[in-house]
Design a protein around this ligand. Structure first.
Ligand SMILES: [Zn+2]
Length: 169
């Protein structure tokens, strides 16, 4: 009844603002009527006139990314009025730091494991070569410094194989 004379339904922005959606509507391409919440969020956080100004300031090919960015920020700000998307970024940055530490530790373990594998291949019949897993941590090995069947005893060595005791004791 109250619809305009245009055959196309008004965009989400014009519907929300209860105005006629003209053919040159700057919102129409980015706020389709089937996504009403997208504009509602952006309008609530940034205001329709600011969004309109922003879209006019950027190049046409940048407008879709601009709208997606605004919609993302608006949704995050509605979910978390204090931190907005900064909250999510902060959590992810902490995760990155934590995972980087885990990766560094795992790489260090891998290097030690590779060194010990190389070293144990020099021995014949050394049955203790697989004890590396149970010896993870490498601490308290000073008492076994001459027992070459325990690869972990050589974890303190900087190089692979150099100075490693060979043959029989
Ligand atoms: Zn419109």
């Amino acid at each position: 009844m109250a619809s305009s004379s245009y055959s196309n339904p008004p965009c989400a922005a014009c519907k929300f603002l209860r105005r006629k959606c003209l053919p040159d509507c700057i919102f129409a391409a980015y706020f389709p009527p089937e996504e009403p919440q997208k504009f509602a969020n952006v309008h609530k956080i940034f205001g329709a006139s600011n969004v309109s100004k922003l879209l006019n300031e950027v190049l046409p090919h940048q407008r879709e990314d601009t709208v997606n960015s605004l919609a993302y920020e608006a949704e995050a700000r509605i979910k978390d009025p204090v931190y907005g998307c900064v909250g999510a970024i902060s959590v992810l940055q902490k995760q990155v730091i934590k995972l980087q530490k885990e990766l560094d530790a795992t790489n260090a373990d891998l290097i030690r494991y590779t060194c010990n594998e190389m070293a144990t291949t020099h021995h014949q019949g050394g049955g203790g070569g697989r004890r590396i897993i149970s010896d993870h941590g490498g601490g308290g090995s000073s008492g076994h410094s001459h027992n070459f069947y325990y690869p972990s005893t050589n974890w303190n060595h900087d190089s692979c194989g150099d100075g490693y005791p060979r043959g029989d004791i």
